[in-house]
Design a protein around this ligand. Sequence first.
Ligand code: SF4
Ligand code: FES
Length: 246
Amino acid sequence: MKLTLKIWRQKNAADEGRMVSYEIDDVSPDMSFLEMLDVLNERLILDGEDPVAFDHDCREGICGMCSLVIDGTPHGPEKATTTCQLHMRKFKDGDVITIEPWRARAFPVVKDLVVDRSAFDRIIQAGGYVSAPTGSAPEAAAIPVPKEDANKAFDAATCIGCGACVAACPNASAMLFTAAKITHLGLLPQGQPERYDRVVKMVDQMDAEGFGGCTNTGECTAVCPKGIPFETISRLNADLLKASRG
Ligand code: SF4
Ligand code: FES
């Protein structure tokens, strides 16, 4: 396939940045989106140009590092997938594809398509842990957990911290991410001692980092590669209300 790529190039955090067009004509439909960018970067390196910086690690949908806004949608046109698992067969010969970084005040651009997502780490540090000794696997299994709670906690734990929810939200809110962590720990017996402290601390940190508030637009769940449901945010709000009533 022959494609035109319009890519955000920004030398560093202080640079203004701009869209730059590249023609690429040796793209196989079987390539992943990141492999297609590898091909472009090999060419740029051979031409003595600066390759496009982008985040990636596992390339199998589990680490949450890949973070591109493709044609205006975080992780691109395929539903419930990560950029690394998006394949070029989703596009057609002659397409013009725009590629931008996550855009949110709390995720400043480091270079090109790479943003600093350490704000998420600080939200986790504020309360995303349990103090109860969980012991080895057999001991943990000895604690009875209702099946429905276990399923919901497990589903919430599949959040990979990619930040697509923030990038899609018109308020750049981190509610879905934070709610996934609150749900994961708050539904399990081991998570009860800090349950109400946790929600207050994590929401305070979320606000301090500059993420916006949730106005129920639902854009977050529409792009979440792990299908974290909207009801997760209701659970966070319910816990926050209880915490504020003491
Ligand atoms: S809630 Fe979904 S979109 Fe948001 S960080 Fe977690 S996996 Fe990514
Ligand atoms: S590179 Fe790990 S989820 Fe995409």
